[in-house]
Design a protein around this ligand. Structure first.
Ligand code: N7H
Length: 534
């Protein structure tokens, strides 16, 4: 099978479905479990299928006003924890070749990723973090009905096998009242790394000429950052200028070791590591806190929230919005320009280097994929627009200078995010248990984000982001503060730079709590048949 037909579809392509269920499984009998894996392998959705659905069916149908009828698909993917591979009888020699982080599992890495205090694995829900979680089965569908039907079918299939046991079931769903927005209210899934054509490095294949960026601001990375067996970015090439990729003149033969900085058995090619985290969000607490911070700083809650995240709730990047006054100060706009009179259009667009013909307002910026990532932080080095600690700047500092060497190094720490919310939307006043004893707010554990991300190296990507960036108050500069959204220490210091006056130090409380997760490996579909299944 070619790459895309062999790679699981949630890794490349992405299910992007409104309804998803995650089944956590335990293998009780090696022989039966292997038969189950082998039997189900043909149903695993490939990247080729998912991409084809998106381009051929969905978009064409959309353009034709739905004349193809209701185009739906239900997809399934399968991954294994290290304990799961062990339970399937993978040889000790092969097991020994997997990298440390995956072998240890998420709970054992708590000190590295900051799962301490309230976030400690001792407090995680159900069996999450325990060694008997062997596999994750992801089912994704367009409707709750389709999802239910397929989940029942898989449960039946597990039941009759007799060597596989359901430990825990977690539902995820797009929020009905605000589709595409996570529970705090911010639009999610806006920025994602793009991938270069995987086949370009296969012997005999001619690389198609591709633009360096998929959409403006969206850099295309080498496939080996997310799938094992392909060339990766070259971090040591510090001369790599902004927004260009490290050249890879001689990729050489495909080897599994190319997929990351770590070792893995040969059959790991076309596989990917999945990080799964169940992150509970205390929405009422977060909103109150943002309102209080805003009042203290003389800002609106809307702007304060955007300062913490780096985007407005609409998804519009703070770096590109409402900066007319700043542009005037820099002399980039004519003196006659009036920042208070609505759409600045052409003149501001030109000053910002945006493509002509795109009137700038929040609506366009949040909805147009040509605009919503079209920014870097180079002209905002002090964080006057987007604080250096803002969530999206912390987790992907783009062209910021970093201790690791700037953008070409930063591009080696990217992740492919596939999260989906869980729980119903927050309704103020409902429920009685409050945050810190405050009445009128619901329990923090009722809702949150099922955070999923794919990568070729858990330690170089997810764990690096958590340890070196999110929880590090001195990244990317000394005194920046911790990530105000996902840092898990009880209280953090957040530096809010201000024009013409001293930066404010905000004391940030945290409203995201880790409630369970695991590291999985999603092998190639062919591997499920030839190596892990019978
Ligand atoms: Fe984050 N949020 O609502 O504030 N995230 N995130 N995240 N996140 C992003 O650009 C959020 C979490 C990243 O490319 C957006 O798609 C929440 C973890 C990265 O410019 C919003 C939670 C990790 C990016 C949120 C959460 C990351 C990103 C903007 C937990 C990794 C892309 C929408 C409950 C360790 C940055 C978008 C870029 C974007 C939020 C978790 C990482 C709104 C609420 C655990 C790399």
């Amino acid at each position: 099978k070619d790459g895309l037909g062999d790679i699981q579809g949630n890794v490349i392509g992405g299910f992007n479905k409104d309804h998803q269920t995650f089944l956590f499984l335990n293998f009780t009998d090696t022989v039966k479990a292997r038969a189950w894996v082998g039997g189900i392998a043909t149903e695993v959705a490939s990247a080729a299928e998912v991409a084809q659905f998106d381009t051929l069916f969905k978009r064409v149908n959309l353009r034709r006003g739905g004349e193809l009828g209701v185009v739906k698909a239900t997809w399934m993917n399968l991954g294994f924890s290290f304990k799961g591979l062990e339970a399937l009888g993978v040889t000790a020699a092969d097991l020994g070749r997997f990298p440390d982080a995956f072998r240890a599992g998420m709970a054992a890495r708590k000190a590295i990723i900051g799962d301490v205090g309230a976030n400690d694995p001792a407090n995680w829900v159900g069996p999450l973090g325990k060694p008997d979680v062997h596999a994750i089965l992801i089912v994704a569908a367009d409707s709750q009905e389709d999802l239910g039907e397929h989940v029942l079918r898989y449960l039946h299939n597990i039941g009759v096998n007799g060597g596989v046991r359901l430990l825990y079931l977690q539902d995820g769903a797009v929020r009905e009242d605000e589709p595409g927005h996570e529970h705090f209210g911010f639009r999610d899934g806006v920025s994602q790394p793009a991938i270069r054509v995987l086949d370009e490095h296969r012997p005999g294949m001619v690389a198609p000429s591709e633009p360096i960026q998929a959409n403006p601001g969206q850099d295309r990375l080498h496939g080996g950052e997310f799938v094992l067996g392909y060339p990766t970015q070259i971090p040591q090439d510090k001369s790599c200028p902004n927004e260009t990729l490290a050249p890879n003149p001689d990729p050489g033969p495909i080897s599994p070791k190319r997929g990351g900085d770590e070792d893995a058995p040969d059959w790991a090619v076309n596989g990917s590591y999945l990080v799964f985290r169940r992150l509970a969000q205390n929405v009422g607490g977060f909103r109150d806190h943002v309102a209080a911070l805003a009042a203290a700083q003389g800002l609106s809650s809307e702007v304060m929230g955007a300062k913490l995240v780096g985007r407005y709730k609409s998804g519009a990047p703070l770096e590109l919005t409402r900066d007319e006054e700043e542009l005037m100060k820099q002399g980039k706009l004519s003196a006659s320009f009036d920042p208070t009179t609505g759409d600045p259009s052409a003149e501001v667009a030109a000053a910002l280097g945006l493509p002509p013909g795109f009137p700038r307002n929040d609506g366009n910026l949040s909805e147009d994929s040509r605009l919503d990532n079209h920014f870097e932080y180079g002209d905002d080095a002090d964080g006057l627009k987007v604080p250096l600690g803002a969530h999206i700047r912390k987790t992907y500092p783009r062209d910021d200078p970093t201790p690791g060497g700037g953008e070409s190094d930063t591009q080696t720490h990217r992740i492919m995010r596939r999260g989906i919310p869980f729980g119903t939307s927050f309704r103020p006043g409902l429920g009685s248990v409050g945050h810190a004893g405050k009445p009128g707010l619901e329990e923090p554990g009722d809702r949150g984000l099922l955070f999923l991300c794919y990568q070729s190296s858990i330690s170089r990507q997810f764990e690096f982001i958590q340890r070196n960036w999110v929880h590090n108050p001195n990244f990317s500069k000394p005194g920046t503060g911790e990530d105000p959204i996902i840092s898990q220490t009880p209280q953090g210091d957040f530096l809010l730079p201000k024009t013409g006056t001293q930066a404010a130090h905000l004391s940030i409380m945290h409203f995201v709590t880790m409630t369970g997760g695991e590291y999985f490996f999603q092998p190639a579909i062919g591997t499920l048949v030839t190596v892990l299944g019978d």
